[in-house]
Design a binder for this molecule. Structure first.
Ligand code: SF4
Length: 276
């Protein structure tokens, strides 16, 4: 299977075949992690794409403001994301696909120790060395390629400058990120929101699960429809999106489990029947 996306990373033919032998499974709940990063301001909101499929985008909308207040009251501020720099946030967003944050931390520690936590260093690093360093995060062959693909994109499109990249309007930057090998909507929006302070909402499996169980989204709800559900209620509110996604991840981890959700003690328990 060939990778998709215009920016595919610098890969030698000798190792390319082995890198592509591990197709990634679907995104898992809790794949995205937290932080301590300051959210830059001044971002431009993306223009949402609404297909209406499988979401109830009519007049009735989930009381997301109430959800937010209930979750914030219960969990308090989450201080996401745990990257020290915007580039580290990006690296974390790529490495956290389909693995726990604990494993990502090990990989980032390796990269930091090897002084590879910069776009130019990752571009120059031999692929096999990069694979070894990110191995703790799983799917290490693909993830090493994804990191190189992003750095390739950054150099070619933004002269290697994250500042220049994040100064690009969201409506322009988001589709470009989605064209990079290994960057899907959840990763792109994590980069935009937590790395650059752009006002986009990150939809993960927990978000979909909660909305499904509350009757606001169908089994096959599309990412963009769910994203728009949030963005239309809090337009251009990067701070709200930052906190809300983190709170939803906490809810999913502690209450809205795959099996046997703890609705009786969940901060959102009182809202479960509203969308039905
Ligand atoms: S645990 Fe129950 S009340 Fe809480 S978010 Fe999940 S479905 Fe809703």
């Amino acid at each position: 299977m060939l990778p998709t996306g215009r920016y595919r990373g610098q890969v030698t033919s000798a190792v390319a075949s082995t890198q592509l032998s591990h197709p990634e499974p679907p995104s898992q709940p809790g794949s995205l992690r937290p932080p301590a990063a300051t959210v830059p301001q001044g971002a431009v909101a993306a223009t949402p794409v609404v297909s209406a499929a499988d979401t109830r985008s009519g007049e009735k909308q989930p009381p997301l403001d109430e959800y937010y207040n209930a979750l914030f009251t219960h969990f308090g501020p989450q201080h996401w994301w745990p990257g020290k720099t915007p580039f580290e946030v990006i690296v974390g967003a790529i490495l956290t696909q389909n693995t726990s944050w604990t494993n990502v931390e090990k990989a980032i520690f390796n990269l930091r120790t090897a002084r590879l936590l910069s776009p130019s260093a990752i571009e120059k690093a031999p692929l096999r060395r990069l694979q070894r360093l990110v191995r703790p995060s799983g799917y290490f062959r693909q993830k090493a390629r994804k990191l190189k693909a992003f750095c390739d994109f950054l150099r070619l499109e933004h002269r290697g400058s994250l500042k220049r990249m994040f100064a690009t309007p969201t409506i322009v930057l988001r589709p470009k990120l989605l064209d990079v090998f290994g960057i899907g909507p959840e990763t792109a929006d994590s980069i935009l929101l937590y790395g650059g302070g752009h006002a986009v909402f990150v939809v993960d499996a927990y978000t979909k699960r909660i909305l499904l169980r509350h009757g606001w989204a169908g089994e096959n709800a599309k990412y963009e429809d769910v994203r728009w559900m949030f963005e239309r209620q809090f337009p251009s509110n990067a701070r709200r999106f930052n906190e809300f996604h983190a709170l939803i991840v906490q809810t999913g981890k502690h209450f809205c489990r795959t099996r046997d959700p703890l609705c009786h003690s969940c901060p959102l328990g009182r809202y479960r029947e509203e969308g039905r």
